[in-house]
Each structure stands twice: as structure tokens, then as C-alpha cells.
Write a protein that binds this ligand. Structure first.
Ligand code: KG4
Ligand code: ZN
Length: 329
């Protein structure tokens, strides 16, 4: 089954063509990061306009790289939410038009569920039940996945998402946007003696990252001479505090629910410190998509759509965007 998927929930315009839910034929991603960097964050109207400009060339490139034409497609999938309304609308309308014009089944996908399915874009397929840690710019969720389509949310962040914390922490340190990759780069080969507090929120699976962000701000304010070395060490302490909590709480929950393995997903799963620490500490098998499939992309949406379609789910021309779509019961 060959599925074309469209992802425009935030600031990446992406179109992918995927075979049987796991083989990527093409996965074209046009990032707007440089456009938004000058504002220090995503400007929704600029994002929406940019999706309108790039969606057609990106989809043409996806067909070209996959070496197939519209007649060979079996279905069209698209992210319906959560995300920015003006951005989602561009993708959903494009996907609808493509599906209707070519008389193909159409299916709307939850972006967060899509992130999890980046782990199926591989020859090694995850075993179920498993525990998924989704860490992105807008979410930090611990999800118990029993079967395809059956997700239970065990915990989530009470304030900032992990990616949001990285972005805000980087701004406090004077590092560029987006903050996650900037902090990773700044901490390369750095060891630090600084330590920042961790919010363990005992006896539940929730996270909180606003305290460590405030502690970083106080550290910066108290330091008069902040040279490059000091900034790198403070960034390392900040990254270590976030990674420590994410890894420890994920492993605790995985043990408690007796799952077969742990899956990482979302933009922050691209973080090398998080990846190596999770792999080193977990007694259970850990799967982490390659960094390019952790951040927003349409291939993960196509993989998720494959399993939804196999279970008989489809949408019709009435498909609409749901910017506040939730995930996991
Ligand atoms: O999943 P994603 O691409 O978009 C959303 O759905 O939010 O995640 C974006 C987030 C941003 O906050 C970004 O700073 C963070 O992922 N991120 C990283 C890294 N790469 C992206 N955080 C830490 N380390 C990275 N290498
Ligand atoms: Zn995302």
C-alpha cells in the first residue's frame, strides 16, 4: 500500500510517500526555521503563508524522489491536529484536493500519534505493549501503547514542554533559536560542576520544567562575568537536569507497566544526551528514530495512516483541522 502524507502542523512543510507503513520512498521537508529565527520563535501567520508557497513544490519533489505518479497512490493522509490552525488548514486542504481529484481514500492523523510511528519507519519493528516518551516543542507525554490505535496517557507536563524548556533556556543563555539544537551544540564535549534542581513530582508520571528554567535564570543573573566557557557549562547543567528527569521517570513507568520496550519520539528525541542516556540506563530495549525522523516530517504521518487504514478508518471531504486535538485516553 502506497500512502502520500502531508504534514504542516507547525513550521515544517513536509510531503512523504511511504510503502506499507515502513519503507520511505520520499520524505521532503522544507524547514522555515531561518525565517522564524529572526523573530526568536514561530510567527503563526508567517508559517501559514510559507506553507502556501511551498506545499506544491514540496509535493512535486516528493513524487519525483519516489519515482511514482499519482495513479500509483493508494491513499492520502494528513495531519489534522494538534497544531497551528492556519498551518494545518493549508495541509488539510491540499490533501483533500489531491484525494478527491484522484478518487483516493483520505485520512486525518493526530500529529502526536504520528510522532510515535516514526519508530515503525525501520526494519526493526517495535514490540507491543510499549511505553512511548513524546517530547516535542508543545508536548511531553508518557504514553502506554498496548496495541495499534490503543493509547493511554500516563502523564504529561504540568507547565513547559521539554522542547519549550530547551527553547526558553537557550534564550536565557543568549543562545540562538531553536534552543534544543543550540544547547546540544554548545554542550559538545563539555563537563560541568554546576547542578540545577530536578522536579521529580513523586508518585505520578507528570513532568515539570518551569522550575529548572527559573533556576537557570537565577544562575545567569547571579553571574557577572559570563564567558563562553561558563555559558557552555550552564547549558550542560540545564540539559543534564532535563534529561535526568525524562530518562528516570520513563524507565520507572516502563518497569511498572511491564512493557516490552521504550520508544522515543518528537523533536527533543533528536537530542544526543537524551538518546545516549536512555540507551545506557534502560534495562529494556529502546528504539529511537534517526534525528531527521524525530523532528516534524510527513513520513511518520504516512506510517501511522497505514495502521489506521488497515483497521478500516477513513475520513471524507468533511475532514477539518482540530488545532487543540488531544491524544491518549
Ligand atoms: O517535534 P518537533 O519538531 O515539533 C513539534 O511538534 O513541537 O519539536 C520541536 C522541538 C523544539 O522545541 C526544538 O528546540 C526541539 O524540538 N529540538 C531539540 C533538538 N532538536 C529539536 N531539543 C533538544 N535537542 C535537540 N537536538
Ligand atoms: Zn511535532
Amino acid at each position: 500500500m502506497i500512502i502520500l502524507a502531508v504534514e504542516t502542523s507547525c513550521d515544517e512543510t513536509s510531503v512523504a510517500i511511504v510503502k506499507d507503513g515502513s519503507k520511505i520512498l520520499s520524505n521532503v521537508i522544507a524547514s522555515q526555521v531561518e525565517i522564524h529565527a529572526r523573530y526568536g520563535g514561530i510567527v503563526p501567520e508567517v508559517a501559514s503563508r510559507q506553507h502556501m508557497l511551498t506545499i506544491v513544490p514540496v509535493s512535486e519533489q516528493a513524487f519525483k524522489e519516489a519515482g511514482i505518479d499519482k495513479g500509483q497512490l493508494d491513499a492520502v493522509a494528513v495531519t489534522k491536529g494538534p497544531g497551528l490552525a492556519g498551518s494545518l488548514i493549508v495541509g488539510v486542504n491540499f490533501a483533500k484536493a489531491l484525494a478527491m481529484a484522484n478518487k483516493l481514500p483520505l485520512i486525518g492523523i493526530n500529529h502526536l500519534e504520528g510522532h510515535i510511528y516514526a519508530n515503525w519507519l525501520s526494519e526493526i519493528q517495535p514490540e507491543l505493549p510499549c511505553l512511548c516518551l513524546i517530547v516535542s516543542g508543545g508536548h511531553s507525554d508518557l504514553i502506554l501503547m498496548r496495541e495499534h490505535g490503543l493509547f493511554r496517557k500516563l502523564g504529561s507536563t504540568r507547565d513547559d514542554a521539554a522542547g519549550e524548556a530547551f527553547d526558553k533556556g537557550a534564550r536565557i543563555l543568549g543562545l540562538p533559536y531553536p534552543g534544543g539544537p543550540a544547547i546540544q551544540e554548545a554542550t559538545k564535549g563539555v563537563t560541568t560542576t554546576m547542578s540545577l534542581p530536578r522536579a521529580w513530582l513523586k508518585d505520578n508520571d507528570d513532568f515539570s520544567f518551569s522550575g529548572v528554567k527559573t533556576a537557570l535564570l537565577h544562575l545567569v543573573e547571579a553571574q557577572e562575568n559570563r564567558d563562553d566557557k561558563w555559558t557552555r557549562e550552564a547549558a550542560a547543567a540545564f540539559q543534564e537536569a532535563i534529561v535526568d528527569v525524562l530518562v528516570t521517570k520513563t524507565i520507572q513507568a516502563a518497569r511498572r507497566h511491564k512493557v516490552k520496550g521504550i520508544l522515543l519520539a518528537g523533536g527533543v528525541a533528536a537530542n544526543s544526551a537524551l538518546r545516549s542516556r536512555m540507551l545506557a540506563d534502560s534495562p529494556l530495549p529502546v528504539l529511537i528514530p534517526p534525528p531527521i525522523l524525530c523532528t516534524d516530517n510527513a513520513a511518520m504521518i504516512a506510517s501511522c495512516a497505514y495502521y489506521r487504514l488497515m483497521s478500516g478508518q477513513t475520513d471524507n471531504a468533511g475532514l477539518d483541522v482540530i488545532p487543540g486535538l488531544t491524544f491518549g485516553l
